[in-house]
Design a protein around this ligand. Structure first.
Ligand code: ADP
Length: 641
């Protein structure tokens, strides 16, 4: 190298070093995938170049053919992959494959966990695929020249350990990137052209640029989405999916559309079997890849799918848009909007068919993608189809099974016009809720909601068929009077005499006095059967869950105004009534009232400091055990110690 050559040594960022350490030391289950990653990068670089050319940008080496050429050298144990794509400037080299910390590497390491043997099967999904080259490489010499005219060419050299060297390239370097791989001693198979051809046929089938191996062309497969549906086999769909997503599992659903009017487009969309959440992907990042006449215009164009379907992956290709479309104007584009609407409709209709023909398969899909799908409550255009695709846990299904709104309506009691729901952290927790007692007694199904968004979703949809939505807590006894009890309600308590009714009024007033302004009112309950008390929102207020969400958002930790309802038929209330009758000011009434109130707070999820409650329970237990011991001593004389 001449003295004038610029050379710098740099360290990889810590997360990349860690990732490289895992890659170089992992058990190689499938290390040939590094070739797929490099070819896929080369193809991306060519797509970017083609895109720039199609919009008239002037590029270096404008006459070069767009292709990927691979050469092998058994003697020197090397493999070289060269593309005539967009290339990289010095800054891009540093940013893209060097010193910039990369969230992908962190997520990759997290997803890998203890099992480094799956490194090769998942690395391509985290945007750090380039580094997989170090599974096979002892050293990599990458030479690149940006398509921007007059940018100098650079050489990047690394052994994949701690850092890399950057050197200004000498002599004529054509546009694009060439990666010379010095293979490890145990990786000689990658210097064998037959092996390379075989790997390309298996993994890089769908690359739309010519791939040459030692001068001979390998891939010949056309853009599969443009083929008529009848001519694409299930195997080809699956291959294309794994090519597109680097996901090794087959998709659950494949939607292929070839539409001519009113807008011409082809779409090939897949529903992945597994959510990408483990990749650290946020729902906003995904979309469909947009091609115009086979030129990739935008990867993951979010304009092509509504937010709630962004778990889908795929491509759209249309003749009806100009090639020089800018990414910024995609959102206002009418043609794209029409395509997005048609694709959305088709996906929803396919999901409905799946739900009908394969309910278990659909339930599995729901489990993976529901979180994102639930964001669709504001799609008014497709509301009916959307609502029918929702699934819930419910009082009418066994644990682990799901109910749809259609199921709910079909099971509704005669005259029922409301879908009841209750929110809570788990099935176990909501089934303990006193608010369910009345609905259970009336044989009315209740949907169990576990996530904050669920209630928002139902409230925003407002209705399903002629059914409104209502929280169990807001169900009023008078509204349910027309339904006879469906479940046997157990032995009835003796009705209160007139005198006792008067006493009850006094007791409730005394309780209100004890609780002071912590409570809006204390009243006799018509809804409770087996619980002694519960908290309800004042009429017309939002449900507790909704209040909790609002308060969480505004960081409000106070307890909202509530009404405490007391079950007049509960034995505890009857006992309190007797105590109150004997002594209006008895201290036990205050103690019991506090306890009833805090138990209700606990069930509603509002009790922030349980310590006082423990002390009180102990005091009450002490009393109860004292009486019980006295009783025992009186009854079983002679057996006490
Ligand atoms: P990903 O391709 O998923 O972004 P990689 O680690 O494979 O992740 O590559 C990182 C980046 O390096 C690419 O996004 C691209 O900007 C750049 N790059 C890699 N290979 C090439 C290439 N052959 N030509 C141009 N740029 C490339």
């Amino acid at each position: 190298m001449s003295d004038t050559a610029k050379s710098t040594k740099r360290q990889f960022k810590a997360d990349i070093v860690k990732l490289l350490d895992i890659i170089t030391h992992s058990v190689y289950t499938n290390r040939e995938i590094f070739l797929r990653e490099l070819i896929s990068n080369a193809s991306d670089a060519l797509e970017k170049l083609r895109f720039e050319q199609s919009r008239g940008t002037s590029v270096a080496g404008a006459d070069l053919p767009l292709e990927i050429s691979i050469t092998t050298d058994k003697e020197n144990n090397t493999l070289t992959i060269t593309d005539t794509g967009i290339g990289m400037s010095e800054l891009e080299l540093v940013e893209n494959i060097g010193s910039i910390a990369h969230s992908g590497s962190e997520n990759f390491i997290k997803a890998l966990g203890e099992d480094s043997s799956k490194a090769s099967s998942i690395i391509g999904r985290f945007g750090v695929g380039f580094y997989s080259v170090f599974m096979a490489a002892r050293q990599v010499v990458l030479t690149t020249r940006s398509a921007t005219p007059d940018e100098p060419a650079w050489v990047w050299i690394s052994d994949g350990l701690g850092g890399y060297e950057l050197i200004a390239a000498e002599g004529e370097v054509p546009r694009g990137t060439s990666i010379e791989i010095h293979l490890k001693d145990d990786a000689t198979e990658f210097a064998d052209p037959d092996q390379i051809k075989d790997i390309i046929n298996r993994h890089s089938h769908f690359i739309s640029f010519p791939i040459l191996v030692d001068g001979g062309r390998v891939n010949t497969v056309p853009a599969v989405w443009r083929e008529p549906k009848s001519q694409v086999t299930a195997e080809q769909y699956k291959e294309f999916y794994s090519f597109l997503t680097h996901d090794t599992e087959a998709p659950i659903e494949t939607v292929h559309m070839n539409v001519d009017a009113p807008v011409q487009f082809s779409a090939l969309v897949f529903v992945p079997a597994k959510s990408e959440e483990f990749l650290g992907m946020s729902k906003l990042e995904r979309g469909l890849d947009l091609y115009v006449r086979r030129v990739l215009i935008a990867k993951d164009a979010t304009e092509l799918l509504p937010e709630y379907l962004r778990f889908c992956r795929g491509v759209v290709d249309t003749e009806d848009l100009p090639l020089n479309l800018s990414r910024e104007t995609l959102q206002e584009n009418m043609v794209l909007r029409r395509i997005a609407q048609a694709v959305t409709k088709e996906i929803l209709s396919r999901l409905r068919k799946k739900a009908a023909s394969d309910p278990d398969g659909y339930a599995a899909l729901w489990k993976e993608h529901a979180k994102i799908f639930k964001l669709g409550y504001s799609d008014f255009l497709n509301r009916e189809a959307y609502a029918e695709l929702l699934r819930f846990d419910s009082s009418a299904v066994e644990e682990g099974k799901l109910a749809s709104l259609t199921d709910y309506v079909s099971r509704a009691r005669e005259g029922q016009k409301t879908v009841y729901y209750i929110s809570g952290p788990s099935r176990e927790a909501v089934e303990l809720s006193p608010h369910l007692e009345m609905l259970r007694r009336k044989g009315l199904e209740v949907l169990y909601l576990y996530e904050p968004i669920d209630e928002f979703m139902l409230e925003s949809m407002g209705s399903f068929k002629e059914f409104g939505f209502k929280s169990a807590e807001q169900a009023q006894a008078k509204d349910l009077a027309s339904f006879d009890d469906a479940a046997p309600s157990g032995p009835e308590a003796a009705p209160l005499s007139e005198g006792e009714s008067k006493l009850l009024e006094g007791l409730l007033a005394r309780m209100k006095e004890v609780l002071g302004d912590r409570i809006k009112d204390v009243r006799a309950s018509e809804r409770l059967k087996s619980s002694p008390s519960c908290l309800v929102s004042a009429d017309g207020q939002m449900s507790s869950q909704m209040q909790r969400i609002m308060r969480m958002m505004s960081k409000d930790e106070t307890i909202p105004d509530k009404i405490m309802e007391v079950n007049p038929d509960h034995p505890l209330t009857r006992n309190l009534l007797a105590i109150y009758g004997a002594d209006h000011a008895d201290a036990f009434i205050a103690q019991a009232t506090e306890q009833l109130y805090e138990s209700a707070l606990l069930l509603e999820g509002y009790l922030s400091d349980p310590h006082k409650m423990v002390g009180r329970i102990n005091a009450i237990l002490e009393k109860a055990s004292g009486w019980y011991a006295g009783l025992k001593a009186g009854g079983d004389s002679g057996t006490t110690h």
